[in-house]
Design a protein around this ligand. Sequence first.
Ligand SMILES: NC(=O)c1ccc[n+]([C@@H]2O[C@H](COP(=O)([O-])OP(=O)(O)OC[C@H]3O[C@@H](n4cnc5c(N)ncnc54)[C@H](OP(=O)(O)O)[C@@H]3O)[C@@H](O)[C@H]2O)c1
Length: 285
Amino acid sequence: MPRSGSATLAPLKTLFETKRGKVVPLPPKLARLYGCLRMPLPRTHPHVFSNFVTTLDGVVSLNTKGHASGGDISGFSAQDRMVMGLLRAIADVVIIGAGTLGADSRHLWTAEAIFPKLADEYRRLSKALGKSEAPLNVIVSGRGEIDLRLPVFASGKVQTLIITTTAGAKHLLKQGVPDSVEVRAIRRSASVISARAILDEVYRVHPGKLILVEGGPRLLGDFYAERLIDEQFLTLAPQIAGRDDDDGRLSLVMGKAFAPGDARWGRLTDVRRGGSHLFLRYSFP
Ligand SMILES: NC(=O)c1ccc[n+]([C@@H]2O[C@H](COP(=O)([O-])OP(=O)(O)OC[C@H]3O[C@@H](n4cnc5c(N)ncnc54)[C@H](OP(=O)(O)O)[C@@H]3O)[C@@H](O)[C@H]2O)c1
C-alpha cells in the first residue's frame, strides 16, 4: 500500500505555472483539481508530448510480474491518474510500445480507462475541444507478435493503429484483423522503426495536433534520440525503489545514452504539488 496519502483526489497546488500556450477549457471539476492547463497549439507541426511517472531514484518500471505498471511507481496515486486522464482527453493520438501493452494488456489508452470516476468530465472536455471520439491508440512493434484479441484491438471502443515492420505485418495479418484496427508496415525498417517514420505514419492516418507518447522507455528513447519530444510531463513519486545488480528495473529512457557528449537538457516550465508527489513539466526546444 502506498504511504503517501495518494489515494485521495485532492486538488493539485500550483507552485509555478507556464504562461505559454492556449488555456484549455477545462470543465469546472477538472479545473478545480488541476488548475489552469495551457497547451501550445502549433500551426505547422504537431506538438509531441510525453507523460511518465518516476520514483525519486529514477525508476519507471519495477519490471517484475504483477508489479510492472506505472501504478506501482506512483503508489496508485489518484492525482497522477487524474493528470494521465486529462492529457489523454486532450490528445488526438496516444502512442505506446509493445512492451507497455504487454505490461498492461487489458488496458485501453483512453482518459476514461485510467480514471473511470472522471469519465463524464473527460468527455465534456473532449467535446469542448471538438473531439467526437477517444484518441487514436497507436501501438509500435517491430516483431508484430501481438495478440489481436486484446481489448485495445477487439473491444471496438477505440480506433487502433499498429505501426510495424514488413515482417511484423506479415505476422499480424495471419490473425483476423478487427475493423477498428489498421496495420501499417514501414518498409525498409529492420526491427527498430525511426521515431520520425512513426510520426509521419501517424500523421498520414490521423492528422492531429497533440500527440501523446506514453512510452515505454525504449520507445521514448527513440523519440529523444531524434529530438522529437517537445515536452515532458513527469510525475515524481516520493519513493526510493532501489536497484539490485541486473534486476531489470527500467529508467525513463532505455536503449539510448545521451550524456555527457550529446545530453538532452530541458527547461522546467510548470510545477504542481499533490501531497508529496510533484507534477513537473519540461520543454525540450
Ligand atoms: N512509469 C511510467 O510512467 C511508465 C510509462 C510507460 C511504460 N512503463 C513501463 O515500462 C515497461 C515497458 O518498457 P519497454 O521499454 O519494454 O516499453 P516499450 O517501449 O513500450 O516497449 C518496447 C517494445 O516496443 C516495441 N518498440 C518500441 N520502440 C520501437 C521502435 N522504435 N521500433 C519498433 N518497435 C519498437 C518493440 O516491440 P517488439 O518487441 O514487439 O518488436 C520493443 O521491444 C512496462 O513495465 C511499463 O509498465 C512505465
